[in-house]
Structures are given as C-alpha cells and as structure tokens.
Design a protein around this ligand. Sequence first.
Ligand code: SF4
Length: 207
Amino acid sequence: MEPPLNQLLSRIRACRICVEQPAGKPLPHEPRPVVVASRRARILIAGQAPGTRVHASGIPFDDRSGDRLRDWLQVDRPTFYNPDCFAIAPMGFCFPGLDAKGGDLPPRKECAPAWRSELMRLMPQIALVLVIGQYAQAWHLGDARSATLTETVRDWRRLFDSGAEPRVLPLPHPSWRNTGWLKKNPWFERDLLPVLREEIQRHLIAE
Ligand code: SF4
C-alpha cells in the first residue's frame, strides 16, 4: 500500500476545491499545486503561494525570490531541491491569480484548512519551520506572533526559543520588492541570518 504521505500528495495534486467549491471567486485557471512533501527533510519552508513563473514551471521558488532565499540559507539549488533536505509547502499550493494592479492575490483561503494539518501530521520529523510572510505567520505562530509582520520577524529570538516544536523562524518574503525593508531593518542580516545559516547546516548534517 502507498505510504500515507504519498496518498495525501496524490489527493492534493487532484484537488479542485478552488474551482468547484470556492469560498469566493473561483480560481481563474486550472489548479496546479506546487508542494514538496518529505518523510526525511528536517526543514520546512512555509511560504505564501506560487507566482506566475512558479505556476508555469511547477518548481517552487524557481525565481528571483528563490535566488535570494537560497542566498539567505547559503544552499545551492541541488540541496534546496533535494526533498531529503527541504520540504516546501506554501500557504496556498496553487497560484491564486493577479489583482487589478497586476500583483499576486493572497493565497487561496480554502487551501490551509483543507490540507495543512494533515500534511504537518504526516511530516513529524520536521524540526524547523521557516515561516515566510503574514499568512504563514498566522497559521504557524497563531497568537504567539506580534502585531505586524515586521514586529514578528524582529521578535524572532523569543519565537525561536519558545520551546514550541517544531521550532519556528519567521522571515520576511525574499521578494526583490522587499529590498527596501531589508535596508530599513539591518538587524535581519546582521543578527538573524547567521543563526538561520547555522540552523540550516545543523539540520542538513543531521539529515
Ligand atoms: S489552492 Fe489548495 S485548495 Fe485550492 S485548488 Fe489548489 S490545492 Fe486545492
């Protein structure tokens, strides 16, 4: 019999909730869930939702945001895309479409309630969750997060040392649109990134 995680992945890949039972407007295109689940990876990247490029390629973080994220983590593409090293599960698995100004819509709100708890239950070996953006903060941190995304990231030490399992590190989105945020918050690169890189190496070696 197929392992439960593979069964779940098959169900996710066949999912049409946002087309057939949408909570609001239906998804304006065919679903293409982009998720990397793993029974061995100790690190989960909890992002937002695929953008247009990732929707076309089906490869998560196959864009400039991914380049910046890999730089933050100090890992190359083969390591990043090795499912024994990283699981990758955005808050909405499918590209949600664009708003009137051409920006990405928020992750589909149907997705996390449908799949996320079961996905996490079937990856009990995950030891570190990199929480990227406000939607992942809301799900993975709940009431432990601070009032704003920036305050939550700034409060990373308290969250990281809270005793929660898996451990969580909140990150800003690695989008190039956040270059101004990084300039305004130099503590992120100075204080958080060295700890992040150390943790990544620790979990990759432990793998
Ligand atoms: S976003 Fe999630 S819930 Fe919606 S169709 Fe894709 S996999 Fe299903």
